[in-house]
Ligand binder design. Sequence first.
Ligand SMILES: Cc1ncc(COP(=O)(O)O)c(C=O)c1O
Length: 475
Amino acid sequence: MQINEKQGLQKLPFQFLCGKRSIRFFNYRSTSCKKFGLKIKIWLNLGDTNQAMKRDKLIFKLLDEEQERQENGIELIASENFVSKQIMEAAGSAATNKYAEGLPGKRYYGGCEIVDEIETIAIERAKQLFNAEWANVQPHSGAQANAAVMLACLQPGDKILGFDLSHGGHLTHGSPVNFSGKLYKPFFYGVKRETGLIDYEQLKEVALREKPKLVICGASAYSRDWDYEFIRRVADEIGALVLADISHPSGLIARGLLTDPLPHCHIVTTTTHKTLRGPRGGMVLLGKDFENPFGLKTPKGETRMMSSVLDMAVFPGTQGGPLEHIIAAKAIAFGEALSDKYMKYIVQVKQNAAAMAEAFVGLGYEIISGGTDNHMMLIDLRNKNVTGKAAEIALDKAGITVNKNMVPFDDKSPFVTSGIRVGTAAVTTREMKEKQMKKIVELIDDVITHIDDEANTDKVRKHVHELTKKFPLYL
Ligand SMILES: Cc1ncc(COP(=O)(O)O)c(C=O)c1O
């Protein structure tokens, strides 16, 4: 086994671990070799200037347990995914130590030359991936990205129009318990009761009546594509800006599998950790930059471009120092998302969701809107006489992770709910295909139709382990 001389690693102490699976990156670089039929893992201690600090065995034990949980379970939470090892490595890298308030080339701290390069690569790759003229990759999360956009576009008390949380929208689109519903005056549109599809007439009617300053589209639990062109036309009638929050389907949008909002919506936000399969984080995009419509000027008296207003809304508006280690991980994720391998992956995500929806319908489950165009679906369990809460708990015991979710016009509280939301982004990362989707639905059905039968749940759990063993995650 060769160790790179330039890295000087051979001078450092190392230890051998045989047969123990781990992907820890903190302070260590791991490398594997196969000799005598044995898998040997060599851990190279890269040195630790804080050697006096005792290793926190408790936390690392829990992190090992979390990894085991992920390895052994079937992950169907639609907003989750599994990043590559190189993304995890970047997220645990030395860039975590660096303060870099500002933007590449315009920082408030010294020593930023290298993180400037990293952030510039992340921005350029994000622009290429989404065919965007401008990107800010600093938002710490999707909620932070939305907060920055609202700070940039609104004054406290301004009206906003978003997709109702109880129909599939997101907290940051005007919920009364969120900053967006507290600082601004929210109005909502929902889905049609008969079809489960966005009620565009209602959207138009509320928009024309209330004249919100910002119209928000995008969802946390909606399985269909969006008519961004229609929404833009409505917004133009009332002089509103349109924000598309594509946190969930951004990977599908980036690779052309769903309608692209960038040509239609003024501003686009996304998380980077769902279908995009990057580290936890957010970003803001502009398909085309434009002069801000609020009359904001630069110190030279020129009208500020919207990109500059948004940059300032991220920092110093809503955040302090960017997370450069996460930005490095985002850069890697965007690079991966531009690859042919990711294209195959994201096509499979969509095919798997379609197969899963078909299997659920085949077993008599009601999917809101009847099916899916993206990676997820919302299942109404009322005809099975099971609540979302009970299903979530029982499935968890069987090693299948889903989340309870309100269905449109739900008669139960958000703590109980009538539905569950499932998605295929994470299981597809494990290279599961249509055949496994059918099997997973059968396992879910087995649990739900024997909800109080613990022996049955244990039996399903064994099947779950058999399945996950065939599709290892980080081995
Ligand atoms: C549509 C939408 N927007 C924003 C967010 C918030 O993202 P984060 O949890 O990273 O703040 C989510 C998260 O689920 C989401 O689904």
